[in-house]
Design a protein around this ligand. Structure first.
Ligand code: FES
Ligand code: FES
Length: 172
């Protein structure tokens, strides 16, 4: 099967029962997505499939033939974190950190469709991502901080408008 992972082509032969999470973690050593429940219930394994957040533990690897997968590693790294990753660091939103992959991926998907979410929007978007440590207050703060950082990044990427042409010199 062929697919794109974090912008690069991947080709693998996999057993029929292999999940997308198996492919990412076991074959490609992408350990950002975590194995939590394995039942599609906790959100620890989330990735983006063509930009949409999905639970990799319950998706057959063969079901994503030809699709584009983005994992936590594909968003950014320690040297150049994605604004959402930076926001979660700024807000110290991790305790054990196991849920953060899913929280960050779900937040990236949320901000793509709702750039300025309310706390209720964030609660709804993350309601099926479980955090057993209970850092929910910091996570909600991180979502709001991420929205601010994303807006700033968008502004910084807008090319400056051309300066107006000088007015023609007045003639007598
Ligand atoms: S490990 Fe996939 S939802 Fe829990
Ligand atoms: S920080 Fe530990 S599960 Fe969320």
């Amino acid at each position: 099967m062929r697919l794109t992972v974090n912008g690069g082509p991947v080709e693998r032969e996999l057993p029929r029962e292999a999940t997308l999470l198996h492919l990412l973690r076991n074959d490609l050593q992408l350990n950002g997505p975590k194995y939590g429940c394995g039942l599609g219930q906790c959100g620890a394994c989330m990735v983006l499939i063509d930009g949409v957040a999905a639970r990799a533990c319950v998706i057959p690897a063969r079901g994503v033939e030809g699709r584009s997968i983005t994992t936590l590693e594909g968003l950014g790294d320690a040297a150049r974190p994605h604004p959402v990753q930076q926001a979660f660091i700024d807000c110290q939103a991790a305790q054990c950190g196991y849920c953060l992959n899913g929280m960050i991926v779900a937040t990236v998907a949320l901000l793509a469709r709702t750039p300025a979410p309310s706390d209720d929007d964030a609660r709804a978007a993350l309601s099926h991502n479980l955090c057993r440590c209970g850092t929910h207050v910091e996570i909600l703060a991180a979502v709001q901080r991420a929205a601010v950082l994303m807006a700033a990044a968008r502004l910084a990427s807008v090319p400056p408008s051309p300066s107006p042409s000088p007015a023609p010199a007045a003639t007598a």
